[in-house]
Design a protein around this ligand. Structure first.
Ligand SMILES: [Zn+2]
Length: 258
């Protein structure tokens, strides 16, 4: 059973998985019933989380069987709750490439004017290219754009475009996958095939492998960046219960006021 689930999660794209999971929900929930792990996004507990990841990155105990949140979603949810005014203030929010576990939760928040955007997704409010967005200057109080920039060739253009649509003093969460063993980001324009991108960047559609210089790249585009190791404000037991990635740093970005 475990191998079958692993195989399924490895080869089926996440959007399809989400649809399939709706049908498989009841039996899955029975198998995973328990109280060892807890998902702050949907508030449910389970015996363990599902395995998740492409190829060698496939790891056990990562994906919430109820809302399909991953480590980074659970950490971000708590970060937004505890360290920002996201759930309280009246905010105009732009969510680029919105993560499935968040969409319906955010849509229900009465304090935010919530707009989703993506170039390809059929379920978003606005179809737009992150390098040249249709929005006005200084339009948004809060932008969320996670695990997108590693797919974009002209990263600085995309970062500056996000900055343009933010109000002065506005906030942004722009997380990317980071290899913390690298001091500087690795990218080589000669690496173009899917096979090579998977080999060097870890995924066939990534165009670089970010290293520890990621916040400097955000600053170069004009953001003020706070590097927050929020994950370490939790006890080891809590980190295990929420199944966080203990290395994850949240890069909390702000558009300078002047
Ligand atoms: Zn959940």
């Amino acid at each position: 059973m475990k191998q079958a689930i692993k195989l399924l999660l490895k080869f089926i794209p996440r959007p399809l998985l989400i649809r399939l999971s709706l049908a498989a929900r009841k039996p899955l929930h029975l198998i995973y019933k328990g109280n060892n792990t807890e998902c702050p996004v949907c508030g449910k507990t389970s015996r363990k989380f599902l395995p998740y990841g492409y190829g060698n990155a496939n790891k056990d105990n990562r994906l919430c069987p109820y809302c399909l949140s991953l480590e980074r979603h659970r950490l971000l949810w708590l970060f937004l709750k505890e360290k920002t005014s996201f759930f309280n203030d009246d905010l105009k929010v732009l969510h680029i490439a919105p993560e499935q576990p968040f969409i319906n939760k955010f849509k229900k928040l009465s304090n935010i004017d919530y707009i989703t955007a993506d170039l390809y997704s059929p379920v978003v409010d606005v179809k737009t290219d992150i390098r040249d967005m249709v929005f006005n200057d200084n339009e948004f109080d809060f932008v969320i754009c996670n695990h997108v920039l590693e797919h974009i060739d002209d990263e600085q253009k995309a970062m500056k475009e996000i900055l343009r649509v933010m109000k002065p003093g506005g906030k942004a969460i722009l997380q990317v996958p980071i290899d913390y063993s690298l001091d500087t980001t690795f990218e080589d324009p000669k690496i173009t095939s899917k096979k090579d991108r998977e080999k060097y960047y870890g995924q066939y559609d990534h165009v670089r492998l970010y290293g520890k210089d990621y916040p400097q790249r955000l600053r170069k585009a004009g953001f003020e960046v706070t590097e927050d190791d929020f994950v370490n404000s939790f006890s080891p037991e809590e980190q295990e219960r929420y199944r966080f990635d203990k290395n994850e740093i949240i890069y909390f970005c702000k558009k300078p006021i002047n």
